[in-house]
Write a protein that binds this ligand. Sequence first.
Ligand SMILES: NC(=O)c1ccc[n+]([C@@H]2O[C@H](COP(=O)([O-])OP(=O)(O)OC[C@H]3O[C@@H](n4cnc5c(N)ncnc54)[C@H](OP(=O)(O)O)[C@@H]3O)[C@@H](O)[C@H]2O)c1
Length: 269
Amino acid sequence: MEGLTDRFGLNGKVALVIGASSGLGREAALAFASAGADVGLIARREERLLEVGASCSELGVRTANVAADVTHRNELTGAVADIDSQLGSVDILLYAAGIAPLKRAETHPDDKWEAAIQTNLNGAFYAAQIVGQQMIERATDPDVSWSGGRIIMISSIMGSHGNPVHRNIGYSASKGGLDNMVRQLAVEWGHYGITTNAVAPAYFKTEMTVDPSTGEIPAEMEERMRLFSPMGRIGEIGELDSSILFLASPASSYVNGVILPIDGGWSAW
Ligand SMILES: NC(=O)c1ccc[n+]([C@@H]2O[C@H](COP(=O)([O-])OP(=O)(O)OC[C@H]3O[C@@H](n4cnc5c(N)ncnc54)[C@H](OP(=O)(O)O)[C@@H]3O)[C@@H](O)[C@H]2O)c1
């Protein structure tokens, strides 16, 4: 269809993926590269970033990898500046960094709670602020050609619902905070042409959900994931990327402040 590539493609854009070394962030980085964006990659594990960067480069785009820990604002600021100097200003931010420490609520230790908040919420705030400030500068500079910015967070169904599969109260609280941060950013920055949205997945098979000793989701857990999903299954590779691509693309220019469930109907019960 004529114009489809212009509306849904990312040629000429710079996409930054934070939490790009594995799982859903890695998949999204490859999807951005497939759509023609140059891709900046941040996470702590440098060797993993090199692998993701090489896979993106094979798709014909430029890449830049910088290792950083999102819980340290200075590290993140330096990493984003480094990516900027290699690829140019960021047009699309995807924040995919996350951890999900487990322990039932009544004995959930402070360090697990704090780690979840620091990585899933504070890091997302630092990232949005660092990239958002640059976007606002570009949006308000009459000498810069500005076609709008995209900020996308990976939240979770746990941001808006209690969860019967995993006991991770700090994670749930962090994702609830993230959802409302998205709405607030959408309200404050929408008039600069910056859209801020989130995707809220149910379950996907990644390092976060598998048992590291087997590389598989434990059978009892997977059974419960299926039980609470109207579609009777978890998400598959490629079922999150398409929505992230839409939110990153020119086609979503009037979508702002949305928490989009990608959950097979989990949140429709
Ligand atoms: N998988 C699911 O079923 C599911 C469901 C709902 C939501 N989500 C969300 O999806 C996002 C991605 O998770 P995933 O499932 O893809 O898990 P994953 O494979 O474990 O990926 C997590 C990513 O976060 C990065 N990260 C964690 N702590 C970091 C830190 N302090 N500094 C920098 N990077 C950090 C990791 O990189 P390094 O370890 O290299 O730093 C990795 O790239 C998370 O926000 C998660 O909450 C996942």
